[in-house]
Design a protein around this ligand. Structure first.
Ligand code: SF4
Length: 200
């Protein structure tokens, strides 16, 4: 019963509206861009963020139509969560920030769990993650190990174009002390697949 309530005591928030990537299956493209609609929403304010972070034990920044690193105050939000001693996860695929910016973000809440969406080997991930510099983001993920308490997570959505690299990715993750989280895409799920987390 305690576990049940613990699981409910978490929230995933989309804190902004920006993302420089153009992943084809994202709602940004499939819903809004396709119909020439503006991305709805706005940057979350400190006031609302304080209310949310007071209420929930765990805060997950996993945007559905934005990447959290593009909220101008993400580092301040991480600092707030650290001071409030909250469990925190940050999901990013963008990488469109400087290495120095990322280091400040890691240092702001060293207990946070960071997940980096790089689908395929870093050199080819832009085939799906359009506008992503996979090599840069991979190197930032390696840099994160110096500051974070938890191992960084390499999140890898397995699709037709990148399934051939999965064994190599497992080896790279193992060699670099990364957690590799493998996720099947919607097409493979429809074929009767399942979501699996492969831990190195
Ligand atoms: S990185 Fe995330 S928010 Fe940005 S386009 Fe891709 S799926 Fe959408």
């Amino acid at each position: 019963m305690i576990d049940f309530f613990d699981k409910r005591n978490r929230v995933n928030i989309d804190i902004g509206i920006r993302c420089p990537l153009q992943c084809p299956k994202c709602s940004r493209q499939e819903v809004y861009k396709k119909h020439n609609l503006k991305i709805p929403g706005q940057d979350m304010s400190f006031d609302i963020f304080h209310k949310i972070s007071d209420h929930y034990h765990k805060v997950i920044f996993c945007g559905q139509v934005s990447d959290p690193i593009h909220h101008p105050k993400l580092i301040d939000f991480l600092d707030i969560l650290k001071k409030k001693n909250k469990d925190t996860s940050v999901h990013t695929a963008s990488g469109h920030k400087s290495k120095d910016w990322f280091i400040k973000a890691f240092k702001a809440h060293t207990g946070a769990r960071w997940l980096f969406g790089i689908d395929g080997l870093p050199e080819v991930s832009h085939n799906y993650r359009i506008n992503q510099d996979g090599v840069k983001l991979f190197n930032i993920m390696l840099e994160a190990r110096k500051y974070l308490i938890q191992r960084p997570v390499w999140q890898y959505i397995i699709m037709d174009f990148n399934e051939k690299y999965i064994e190599e990715a497992r080896q790279i993750a193992k060699n670099n002390n990364l957690e590799l989280k493998e996720i099947l895409d919607r097409k493979n799920l429809k074929k009767g697949g399942y979501i699996e987390s492969f831990k190195t």
